[in-house]
Design a protein. Structure first.
Length: 228
């Protein structure tokens, strides 16, 4: 039986992409509530700064989790553009949070190791999930186009593509595969088992590695010194 690309993408959006976005929203809400109760600040900003990305994330969550508006947007040819625009806002907001945390660190305002680690974990985890969604949305034109006949050349080369005998017939990467690529790239600051092939894939991985390096190398190092 032929696979329905729209149906496949709908299931992946509802059961993988939507929960991933919900996790990010949960992390930011928890940190905002803790910051408010503990009077934590980031640079010159109060607890509410952690709520800035939540708006576009909630809007992004709706078309991912609810099939009806998602179908209408797909039929109108707007769904991918809308999702990428919202994802761009989420990534921009998280990048600003990363630099706000670093600015707070540089100005000597971070004196609690636990507080700094919680902030770093939130921005780093958001970074991993956001870039995983970028990879998922961009590779070979996105999850729908990947399943259609004659998709564009791949942006990422997965091990299963080199060794098809190790995978199920007609194997295709899912969001969890792109999240894994994002996670390993954020830790190693370089590709691991999956190689970027296109220029945009390389630029995305470069951007993620740079943000992750700033978060881990600067923030984590400061937190260790505080704990000492």
């Amino acid at each position: 039986m032929d696979r329905d690309p729209l149906r496949e993408e709908e299931l992946e959006s509802q059961w993988e992409a939507a929960p991933a976005v919900a996790i990010v929203i949960g992390l930011q809400l928890v940190l905002a509530l803790v910051s408010r109760s503990q009077s934590w600040k980031v640079w010159d900003f109060a607890w509410w700064i952690w709520l800035i990305p939540v708006g576009p994330e909630v809007v992004l969550l709706v078309p991912l989790a609810w099939h009806r508006p998602r179908r209408r947007l797909e039929q109108m040819g707007l769904r991918r553009t809308v999702a990428l625009s919202l994802l761009g806002l989420v990534s921009l907001a998280n990048s600003l949070l990363v630099f706000a945390v670093i600015a707070s660190l540089v100005h000597g305002q971070e004196r609690s190791g636990a507080q700094l680690l919680l902030k770093a974990t939130t921005v780093w985890g958001t970074n991993v999930i956001a870039f995983g969604l970028w990879y998922w949305a961009f590779d070979r034109g996105g999850p729908v186009r990947r399943l259609r006949p004659d998709p564009p050349p791949p942006d990422f080369q997965f091990p299963q593509m080199e060794n098809p005998e190790l995978a199920a017939p007609d194997w295709q990467p899912r969001l969890v595969d792109y999240i894994y690529v994002s996670f390993t790239n954020a830790l190693a600051f370089s590709p691991t088992d999956t190689m970027p092939l296109s220029s945009r894939a390389k630029l995305l991985m470069l951007s993620e590695s740079a943000l992750s390096a700033l978060t881990i190398l600067l923030v984590a190092a400061r937190a260790v010194n505080i704990f000492r």
